[in-house]
Design a protein around this ligand. Structure first.
Ligand code: LCV
Length: 259
């Protein structure tokens, strides 16, 4: 069974997450399926990409595959982590990537959706950013992605509570572009890709890349970088980090002690 299904409809590439048994957890293998599809679509000069899960799913993506997170002592979200590679592949793809979202979006799955250029969701969609639930220190690039999406008090609430935010609140905050009923969302998104395909692909790809560079342009001093990396190291070296991973593997609630 393919973890990812791909299709080209006219000038639009469609990627469907297809690992329903594991709630589309972002394993290295599933991520490779997505990045391979993006490479193929780029060679086919598609004008837009739709990233979706199977119609009717309860979970769009359960986020990073926790079973692939390292034990304590190693940065769990380093530059070469598959999730980081996927985020960059979406952000650097030379045409718009539209997230067609149904169901729950968890952890790194939220960042994948937020890395997309346009987000269209069904009413049952929820977004939960969960590093605190697992005891994981999110990385700076990931924080930039999410901070660019919603006001600071809201992203702090999402990060500190790890609770799901419903689609309507996400729409009110400007986190997503539209909410569409299940029976309408696919046609709505396909029509949007047709509008995009009618415009200049060069103009669009240059504006997309320029916006990526602009929103990612944060002056960061070596001291700031080293300080934040040191803070993150305290977390991923901690007992709490290992406890979060162990608790998930043992299907029990974690008991964090702050050590
Ligand atoms: C591996 C999984 C996963 C999974 N990995 O179905 O953002 S950060 O920093 O935290 C980042 C590191 C990150 O993204 O971490 C992951 C954050 N994700 C979560 O906290 C969500 C964890 N999953 C869940 O809470 C539940 O699975 C949801 C609510 C998504 C779905 O619940 P449901 O009852 O429908 P199950 O929990 O029974 O999961 C079905 C199978 O998928 C596996 C899970 O272990 C189970 O496998 P088995 O059938 O082998 O037991 N699975 C789910 N999520 N992130 N594996």
């Amino acid at each position: 069974m393919s973890l990812v299904l791909t299709e080209i409809k006219g000038s639009t590439g469609v990627i469907t997450l297809n690992h329903v048994e594991k709630r589309n957890a972002l394993s290295e293998a599933l991520i490779e399926g997505i990045t391979d599809a993006l490479s193929e679509f780029q060679s086919q000069n598609v004008r837009a990409v739709i990233l979706r899960a199977q119609p009717g799913v309860k979970v769009w993506s359960a986020g990073h595959d926790v079973s692939e997170l390292p034990n304590r002592g190693r940065d769990p979200l380093g530059w070469d982590d598959p999730l980081r590679i996927l985020i960059r592949a979406i952000q650097e793809f030379p045409a718009p990537v539209i997230a067609l979202i149904e169901g729950g979006v968890w952890g790194g799955g939220c960042e994948v959706a937020m890395a997309c250029d346009i987000l269209v969701a069904t009413p049952d969609t929820t977004f939960a950013i969960t590093p605190a639930k697992l005891g994981v220190p999110y990385n700076l690039g990931g924080l930039v992605t999410v901070v660019n999406m919603v006001p600071l008090p809201v992203i702090k609430e999402m990060l500190f509570t790890a609770q799901p935010v419903p689609a309507q609140q996400a729409l009110n905050l400007g986190m997503i572009n539209y909410i569409k009923p299940v029976e309408e969302i696919e046609e709505f998104v396909l029509n949007m890709t047709k509008q995009i395909a009618a415009n200049s692909p060069l103009s669009i790809s240059v504006m997309k890349e320029s916006l990526r560079l602009l929103v990612g342009a944060h002056a960061i001093t070596p001291e700031l970088f080293e300080r934040t990396q040191g803070l993150r190291r305290v977390v991923y070296d901690s007992n709490d980090y290992q406890e979060g991973i162990n608790a998930f593997r043992e299907k029990r609630k974690p008991q964090f002690t702050g050590t």
